[in-house]
Design a protein. Structure first.
Length: 609
């Protein structure tokens, strides 16, 4: 008996359906087990990303690893194997589940959804012709151009003019029954009082052992991993079978032993920790960006980004409504804002094409997010013979910026126009100090808050290249509520509503240059900062280190110096459009500044086209 299957492109359709099945099943199981939704979504996104990448990495030949590691080039149509996905996905669960406050039950929660998703994928394999079986007198007959047809042409079994392949065993149908049966077994036993991890062991044992047995009827040409025949002790098996069969038996034996143990009560998950959620979310998006634009196909990108967007929206809502306070000892709440901004940029730019690495190529758009923290003391000494009011400032500012860069073909100059927005707060601790010269710390009696915000319009330009005088500039204006002047009698910073944004550098970026700036980027608010420094790119075409002195147009306190030493850098991540700009300044007393900016340059048009 033969079943004829015409040529068709079904793989992608059922691949997307399989991913959606996994996500839907995981959400149902998470709800049934009362998992907190936000960390569960973050963990699910991390598992999916690792699973998808793992399916491709395990099938890559050694010759493809060099271009991947050096240049980030992925094969145009990489093969996939669920074995690599399961391995890397399990490692991601191990690395993240405890840190996100979830227990070992997460492995069980993904057991039947994964089996159900694999069953859906088997339908796509059956209709497409991949994972096909050996040639048989009866079975499935695939049309010309399908994987079985190409394999049989390459093996000389049929001519290249053959309208169809020879019949092959329906191993995809057997795999479908295996996966569906495993999913049903796990679902029917879901109410058993087994220890956490039992269902994961049962699932692994059934799937690995069944897959190992199915390999005996699969055509080696349809197996992308371990298809070499090995003989050990007179037994000939595929290399992949020598791994799957013993590991599957071991997993089933572990399940049989483990399920009889007493059920251990896991400690309840800790209260929500939004900063950890955002750290993992940002890390996942950064990994997706560093993988390169060819690592994920469009459906994979959309599913993963949809999950992370849901988490980002919930974290933003909780932060704005202050519905989820951090536990004692947790990360400062203000860190969530810059992490959220970074995550937004990564969400919008991951798996897009970065700008050309050349300095003067085409047009591009640079998206920047950043955060800055400043601590300093200020004092009011207007009273005659009275102790001063001392103000201990802790300012936090986050910003987002978009800059459009283009070339002038006549002069070769590179010009930029941009718009930035920033916001934050100045938390001011007020205390009375008797000793004017004391530098000891103190506990404020009162804490005041001053909102800070600004809109920044600017234009910039640079002229670089061999045989030219190299220089660059930036001119702009900050408009908003800025804290630029010393504290007043009321105990808060005097506010200004306008401040210049100025920067000029001259020299050769690769070798040596000088730079002066005032109110540049994040340095406009709380307090306004001016810098003078020298730098070098140490011979590299992009990136530099800058160091010097910084200060402000006023002295914030009469007993501390406002002159700071600072160091900053611009570091480009290879093979991506990303760069980071860390900055630190201090007078090594009561004045400190730290900031970090993340840039992503997206190509809009290449001048060579």
């Amino acid at each position: 008996m033969q079943a004829h299957i015409p040529h068709g492109h079904y793989y992608t359709t059922f691949y997307v359906l399989a991913i959606l099945t996994l996500v839907l099943g995981a959400l149902i199981e998470g709800w049934r087990r009362n998992f907190p939704l936000r960390p569960w979504l973050v963990l699910l996104a991390g598992y999916l990303l690792a699973f998808i990448v793992g399916t491709k990495l395990i099938t890559m030949p050694l010759a493809a690893w060099g271009p991947l590691l050096r240049e980030g080039h992925w094969p145009l149509e990489p093969a996939r194997s669920v074995l690599g996905g399961s391995l890397l996905g399990s490692l991601a669960l191990l690395a993240l589940h405890r840190w996100l406050g979830l227990g070992r039950q997460v492995f069980d929660a993904l057991a039947w959804p994964l089996s159900a998703a694999l069953a859906v994928q088997c339908v796509g394999c059956l209709l497409t012709g991949c994972c096909f079986g050996e040639v048989s007198g009866a079975g499935l007959v695939y049309a010309a151009g399908t994987p079985p047809w190409w394999a049989q042409v390459a093996a000389g079994l049929i001519p290249a003019t053959a309208p169809a392949a020879l019949p092959v065993l329906p191993t995809q149908l057997l795999a479908l029954l295996l996966c569906a049966g495993t999913a049903a077994t796990l679902w029917l036993t879901r109410h058993r009082h087994w220890p956490a991890g039992s269902w994961a062991l049962l699932s692994a044992g059934l799937l690995l052992l069944g897959r190992g047995l199915l390999e005996s009827w699969r055509d080696p040409a349809g197996e992308p991993v371990g298809a070499q025949m090995l003989q050990l002790g007179g037994v000939r098996l595929l290399a992949v079978q020598w791994v799957l069969l013993p590991v599957g038996l071991l997993a089933l034996a572990a399940w049989a032993w483990y399920k009889g143990r007493a059920v251990a009560t896991e400690a309840p998950a800790p209260a929500g920790q939004p900063t950890r959620h955002l750290l993992v979310l940002t890390g996942l998006l950064l990994v997706a960006a560093l993988l390169g634009p060819g690592a994920l196909v469009l459906p994979e990108v959309l599913v993963i980004k949809a999950l992370l967007l849901a988490v980002l929206a919930m974290e933003a809502g909780a932060w704005l409504l202050q519905a989820q306070p951090l536990p004692n000892g947790g990360s400062p709440a203000w860190l969530r804002a810059p992490l959220g901004l970074v995550a937004i940029v990564l969400l919008l730019t991951s798996q897009t094409m970065p700008a050309d690495s050349s300095a003067n190529q085409g047009k591009d758009l640079t998206i920047t997010v950043g955060a800055r923290q400043t601590t300093y003391d200020d004092a009011d000494n207007t009273g005659c013979g009275e102790p001063p009011e001392v103000y201990n400032h802790r300012t936090y500012v986050v910003s987002a910026e978009a800059a459009y860069r283009f070339n002038e073909k006549t002069s070769g100059a590179v010009n930029t126009v941009g718009l930035g927005v920033s916001g934050g707060t100045d938390r001011i601790g007020v205390d009375t100090r008797d000793d004017y010269g004391s530098t000891t710390t103190y506990s404020p009696d009162t804490t005041l808050r001053q909102a800070l915000y600004s809109i920044n319009l600017f234009m910039a330009g640079e002229r670089t290249g061999p045989g030219r005088r190299e220089f660059g500039y930036r001119v702009g204006l900050h408009v908003g509520q800025l804290a630029n002047t010393p504290s007043t009698d009321a105990g808060v910073n005097g506010l200004s509503h306008l401040a210049p944004d100025l920067m000029f550098w001259y020299g050769r970026r690769q070798k040596f240059f000088g730079q002066a700036d005032a109110g540049y980027g994040l340095h406009a608010a709380a307090p306004y900062t001016m810098r003078l420094g020298i730098g070098s790119g140490f011979g590299f075409s992009r990136g530099h280190l800058l160091a010097g002195i910084a200060g402000m147009p006023f002295t914030p306190t009469f007993y501390h110096s406002s002159t700071l030493g600072f160091a900053s850098a611009r570091i480009y991540l290879p093979n991506t459009g990303f760069s980071i700009e860390p900055y630190a300044a201090s007078n090594f007393d009561h004045y400190h500044q730290v900031s970090l900016r993340l840039h992503y340059c997206l190509a809009l048009k290449n001048s060579n086209k």
